[in-house]
Design a protein around this ligand. Structure first.
Ligand SMILES: Nc1ncnc2c1ncn2[C@@H]1O[C@H](COP(=O)(O)OP(=O)(O)OP(=O)(O)O)[C@@H](O)[C@H]1O
Length: 276
């Protein structure tokens, strides 16, 4: 069912600015998972949440935008046609971070970050370039409050630490669009807020387009600029979080009875009263 609230993210003044994926259809074998979905344009400088129940196609949509699953998608970023690019060129601009990094990597964190950064630069095996790379990797780790993990092996990190390193690695590659699949899923409350704060600041400062899959509707309500809701492989609503996330939408999409209230500080919050 299409929700009555279907608007596009705040339009940018630059023509063709932002990320847009048109006519995304994806099949796994004989099963259609996304049905001619058109998402965006997601404006530069905004953090956009992709919401929806389990199995609705959120990860598949992010992977299709990144060019990681075969699809009919036509994807543009700031006027460039990503669909026509080689995967490395596309990834340099539009980076997908999966929910979990592989656990079995034995590299120290610092080296893993330097290796990731190297994939987006022309190799310059000089000592100053190496120092720059170390400096940049340390800065990324510091941004996420984890410089102390620099010499720890990747396969000795906790799940949450691995997620923070993944985010540091993704930002250090300096893409123009970041596609983050449940980037908060392994993080404690402190780190969930800290990461959202960092993502909002970095997105604004570098005019990135950040699209992230979230299950926490309160984070989506208060910490993102725009939400897009997927249900059974179709977009059912898209627009400002407070306008889209209504009790009606939550009943239709998530099959819950829920209230959306405004706290004394003006922040909105969802409370679920039961199963619809
Ligand atoms: N590699 C695959 N092969 C076959 N089917 C797949 C594959 N990946 C996903 N699917 C199916 O596609 C549908 C959408 O999956 P997807 O992972 O995109 O959903 P999601 O909205 O991200 O779900 P969740 O919130 O549970 O992570 C699901 O029904 C899933 O079973």
């Amino acid at each position: 069912m299409t929700h009555p609230f279907m608007t596009q993210p705040s339009p940018s003044l630059v023509p063709h600015a932002g990320l847009r994926a048109a006519h995304v259809s994806v099949r796994y074998g004989r099963r259609a998972v996304l049905h001619d979905v058109t998402a965006g344009p997601f404006a530069p400088g905004t953090v956009c949440a992709l919401l929806g129940p389990n199995g609705s196609g959120k990860s598949t949509l992010l992977r299709a935008i990144a060019g990681l699953v075969p699809s009919s998608a036509h994807v543009t970023l700031n006027g460039e046609d990503l669909s026509r690019m080689s995967l490395p060129d596309r990834t340099r601009r539009c980076l997908y971070l999966p929910q979990a990094l592989p656990a079995a990597v034995q590299l120290p964190v610092l080296e893993a970050l330097m290796a990731a950064r190297q994939t987006v630069r022309t190799p310059l095996p000089s000592a100053p370039a190496e120092e720059d790379a170390i400096q940049a990797a340390l800065e990324s780790l510091s941004l996420f409050g984890i410089p102390h993990l620099a010499m720890q092996a990747m396969d000795e990190l906790s799940g949450g630490q691995r997620q923070l390193v993944g985010l540091a690695q993704a930002l250090s590659r300096k893409p123009k669009a970041l596609l983050l699949d449940e980037p908060l899923s392994a993080l404690d409350l402190h780190h969930q807020f800290a990461v959202m704060d960092i993502l909002r600041r970095e997105t604004a400062a570098h005019q990135l387009v950040t699209v992230l899959v979230l299950h926490d509707l309160n984070s989506a309500l208060n910490l993102t600029d725009h939400v897009t809701v997927l249900h059974e492989g179709r977009i059912t609503a898209s627009g400002p979080p407070a306008a889209v996330l209504t009790p009606e939408l939550l009943r239709e999409t998530y099959r819950v009875r829920a209230r959306v209230d405004t706290g004394a500080d003006g922040r909105k919050f969802v409370s679920v009263e039961g199963i619809a």
